[in-house]
Write a protein that binds this ligand. Structure first.
Ligand SMILES: [Zn+2]
Length: 265
């Protein structure tokens, strides 16, 4: 995910300075053919620059969202956060403003599957990040919604987004929620209780990997002189000082040390 920040401090919504306890995320799309985020934010070199002054960082607007997903100046897709996440946004036209973070996906002509694939992925990653940050389950009832679903639940105004677009590209909001859940699971390495999902074979592979990690590490400062001395006296070869020692290795070191003592006598 490519996430930038440009708060819309001149928007009346920003100035209202109301906060919410985040209980979900609402996905919107802009309803206009302009995939560039700088249509909606003042922008800069990386985001692209709004030259018409029709961005949302100005007073007199009755709408404001927490982020936009769309094209940056280089033509690639990213997300720009436009309100603090816990700020109360004006995106739903209903009670969801009091509970949900809302972001807009910048629409294009709604016929390009390549652009759709990119913004869909970016939107899923952004939603997964927010679910992680606020401890939300994307599969739970009413947590991750699009604007139209919000309307059906009585918490948002009657807008079609994103159900006039996603299904055309073969995606439902259930797909989106499942993809967000998958991203969360990947990130947490199996999610809650994930340990139980590790097979014995996997555990052995992890253990081997862990030992290789340890073996690649240099030992701490203390004890280095003793280690050098032990190498000098041929008690150990001094390799992989941070790795675990087997019983045989320990015994070998002890016997060699005793032999050294015998010789010294
Ligand atoms: Zn909407």
């Amino acid at each position: 995910m490519r996430l930038r920040q440009q708060f819309l401090t001149r928007n009346d919504c920003y100035k209202a300075q109301r906060t919410i306890t985040v209980k979900g995320v609402m996905v919107h799309s802009t309803g206009a053919d302009n995939p560039r985020v700088c249509r909606y934010v003042p922008g800069d070199q990386e985001l692209g620059t709004n030259t018409l002054g029709n961005h949302w960082d100005r007073p007199g607007l009755t709408k404001c969202v927490h982020a936009f997903v769309g094209k940056f100046a280089d033509g690639e897709v990213g997300a720009v956060q436009t309100l603090p996440w816990e700020h109360r946004g004006w995106h739903a036209g209903g009670a969801a403003n009091n509970t949900h973070i809302g972001f807009e996906i910048c629409e294009d002509g709604l016929t390009d599957p390549v652009y759709f694939g990119k913004v869909y992925q970016e939107a899923a990653e952004l939603t997964a990040m927010l679910c992680r940050q606020y401890g939300l389950d994307p599969l739970a009832e009413g947590v991750v919604l699009c604007h139209q679903e919000g309307y059906q639940r009585g918490v948002a105004s009657n807008h079609a987004d994103v159900l006039h677009w996603f299904p055309k590209m073969g995606k439902s909001m259930d797909d989106f929620r499942a993809d967000v859940a998958r991203l969360l699971e990947e990130d947490s390495g199996g999610g809650e209780g994930g340990e139980e999902d590790v097979t014995y074979e996997q555990w052995k592979a992890f253990m081997l990997r862990y030992r290789q990690e340890l073996a690649a590490q240099e030992g701490p400062e203390y004890g280095r002189e003793e280690l050098a001395e032990a190498v000098e006296r041929d008690i150990t070869d001094g390799s992989r000082p941070e790795d675990l020692a087997t019983r045989q290795e320990v015994i070998s070191m002890v016997v060699r040390a005793l032999d050294e003592d015998e010789k010294a006598k």
